[in-house]
Design a protein around this ligand. Structure first.
Ligand code: M6R
Length: 361
């Protein structure tokens, strides 16, 4: 049941401290500053020369996040929408690792992308929540996110667990490829160990509900970010449109001036997701949208930053590693979407026209 929550989605959002503990359990050796992935001991990926992520929807956003983590560590990586990948498969060889990210393990587009990758000779790994799912039978290996069953159509706790598991995988792949643990490995692992508690701190605050109350019913909602925060912007927009039926779009912050800025008015709140350390560019973007009258919501570590002075609302993320901050920023956006949908009276757990798993192309 819903354990007293009005919707499965809210229950699953609140389960995240525990689901993340399960995802990370036994996989981080904090003392040694090392990743311990049961089936993937050090050296497993030493021959890998590039990584391709294939996935759809929320899982695609997790793949994008992971691609930016690997790129940051010097490993060529790219995330593809699985449907596009199957239609126009990029070149692969035996040194290509194709990681299929799929909560259910039953998404037709993702299964087909893996089929294409296999026929090209790539090595395949499934990152999934469901033991015994179709994807685990089609891939050479599987890594389970252990988030527990997710009933709400909107993916919430599984996104957080996907990104946490992918962060561990990215560290393992990058250290295997280069032969040394990345310089920042220990900081990342420390931040992941703190993640369940940090999520709880967000769940204990009412800030996201206050923002939803102040801003629901506008013309459209825009979400912008850079690097891993760009994938969070896309995910924040998907969650908003999926359950509230409000028009929402995520953009790379760098793209803003190349078109989307034409849409910005006083009726289009803009969520700026800022998880990195360099505020300069973000400050410019926020100034630009604020000058058009848009309500600005900054989602960032700390409320006393320079960027915060260009925001009407701040959704705070506890101080942490920049690559972990995106997971926390996303929790804030899950809550905004949930409360907006609730205020609009939407059927949150079963949005119109959507199914929990999409088994046709
Ligand atoms: O089971 P999968 O992770 O493969 O599902 C992929 C998408 O269908 C899924 O993430 C969808 O976008 C969610 N409803 C988003 O909340």
């Amino acid at each position: 049941g819903k354990s007293g929550y009005p919707h499965y989605m809210l229950k699953e959002i609140h389960e995240q401290p525990e689901s993340l503990r399960q995802t990370l359990h036994g996989r981080v050796d904090a003392l040694a500053g090392a990743v311990e992935l049961e089936d993937f001991p050090p050296g497993t990926f030493e021959d890998v020369r590039q990584v391709q992520f294939v996935a759809m929807g929320t899982s695609y956003h997790a793949g994008l996040y992971a691609a930016s983590m690997l790129t940051e560590r010097g490993v060529p990586a790219h995330a593809y929408m699985a449907g596009e990948y199957a239609d126009c498969p990029p070149p692969v060889d035996g040194r290509t690792l194709v990681v299929s990210v799929t909560q259910s393990g039953e998404t037709a587009d993702t299964l087909n992308a893996v089929k294409r990758a296999r026929s090209g000779g790539a090595r395949t790994l499934a990152l999934t929540n469901v033991v015994g799912s179709s994807i685990t039978r089609q891939c050479d290996d599987a890594l389970f996110i252990r988030a527990g069953p997710e009933i709400g159509v909107a993916a919430t706790k599984t996104f957080s667990s996907q990104v946490a598991a992918l962060a561990l995988l990215a560290e393992r792949v990058a250290s295997d490829v280069s032969g040394v643990a990345s310089a920042g490995a220990r900081d990342l692992l420390d931040a992941l160990s703190e993640l369940p508690g940090d999520v709880q701190r967000i769940l204990d605050s009412d800030d996201a509900r206050d923002v939803a109350e102040a801003l629901y019913g506008c013309d459209a909602y825009f979400f912008i970010g850079r690097g891993p925060a760009y994938s969070v912007a896309l995910e924040g927009a998907l969650k908003m449109k999926e359950i509230s039926y409000e028009h929402a779009e995520g953009f790379a912050a760098s793209e803003l001036k190349h078109g989307p800025l034409a849409l910005v008015t006083s009726e289009t709140p803009v969520f700026g997701v800022l998880t990195g350390d360099d505020e300069t560019k973000a400050v410019n973007n926020l100034m630009e949208v604020q000058a058009r009258g848009a309500p600005v919501i900054l989602v960032a570590r700390g409320r006393h930053t320079e960027a915060a002075s260009f925001a009407d609302y701040v959704l705070e993320v506890p101080e942490t590693h920049p690559e972990v901050a995106g997971i926390l920023a996303n929790v804030q956006l899950q809550l905004v979407a949930y409360h907006a949908a609730d205020l609009l009276g939407r059927p949150i757990d079963k949005p119109r026209n959507l199914a929990k798993s999409v088994t046709v192309e």
